[in-house]
Design a protein around this ligand. Sequence first.
Ligand SMILES: [Zn+2]
Length: 483
Amino acid sequence: MSFIPEELSSPITDYVKYLFCQVQFIQNSCNYPARNNLDVREACAKHSANLTLVIGENTIMRVFVLNKNLQPLDPCRPARARILLSTGKAKVYRRYPFTIILVEEISNPVTHEHQLKIDPGAKTTGLAVVQRQRVVWGAELTHRGFQIRDNLTSRRQLRRSRRNRKTRYRKPRFLNRTRAKGWLAPSLVSRIENILTWVKKIIRFCPITGISQELVQFDTQKLQNPELSGIEYQQGTLHGYEIREYLLEKWNRKCTYCGAKDTRLEVEHIKPKSKGGSNRISNLTLACHSCNQAKYNQDIELFLAKKPDLSKRILSQAKRPLSDAASVNITRWKLYHDLKSITLPVEVGSGGLTKFNRCRQNLPKTHWLDAANVGKVETLIIEVNNPLLITAKGHGTRQLCRTNKYGFPIRYCSRIKFHKGFQTGDIIRAVVPKGKKIGTYVGRVATRKSGSFNISTKSGLVQGISHKYCQFIHRKDGYAYTN
Ligand SMILES: [Zn+2]
């Protein structure tokens, strides 16, 4: 089905290929939500036949709809929203997430059950709204946890050096600080707050009746019965996925024998099955393909004859069960308790279950599709093409001056946030009619007192755009958006 030979690869041919793939896509009505060329190509190669879902109008993300009294109604298709807007029956309420509000109130509206599903991650959290089996809305929320950590580290170091620079000696004081019970590091709190903000926001715009959250990596309950048949731990059943997740955690996601990382790992019997080794989890480990082949049905002592220390270490680690704490992520539990306080029913699932659901349906690994697969899932109809990409940007800084790398103040920092009616973080559209910068730019703005703004658009930063050309799209809310 390939139109262009693979060896011709320049940006232009890539783009042509991409277009061809898109055409193929529509012809084959592929169910793969593609995010970039690579995705499309990969998906086309894999799924040139027997595809189930339809791409086109149906796969564009739904629009949230509010009744006149701000009650959330069922999300509608963009085409319907366009008609409502053009006939004056609705108005735009909000750009991100796109929400419209009806001009006339509907009395006793009928709404359906919508489940909000969350897959919390350290860097990115996936969000999906699922109505029965239809995924009608998806988003990926990128956190700024690492940025917060780095900022606090830098502040701590600057203050420490400043404090010590010209002071008399003081005896160190320590153990004189307490932390509240349940204290979490600010970077972790930020992640939880980001998710809660979005959950509350979506509940305001969509008739959500329940929340699903991925709580643990693997379900220890499901590991209780370790007797499996041959195929189960290779692929297939849910049980196998829980075991895989467990082993990945236990053996640090690398080959036990050679330490290879980022490679395909296979489940390995430490004592070979042919020599009476059991399928118990204490006899299983992970090995890369070549190690697995090399070991074949040898005993571990023989295979690692030259590395007796390693062999001893593996055997002792194999016997030790993974503590419950290993599968538990504190932030996820905190999030779980916070979600429960929202008074919607909260369903929880494990990472193994999510992966099982996703792989069974042959869906690509993205955060928002992972989210859609959290909890009990039969089959999903993906009606979203591009998820909304949300990035947490914070609400600015409270620094009174900028410092150099030694902590000396070097620059004044204005306390005035608004310049010419705009503030940093607003999303604007700038239409420049003349000059070098002629064109239309949409994006997050960084304001200056002079009125010459910078706009970070999809294709990069555009500098020096006058405030005269700028128009609001979305007021600053601490997040940046692309879709
Ligand atoms: Zn290996």
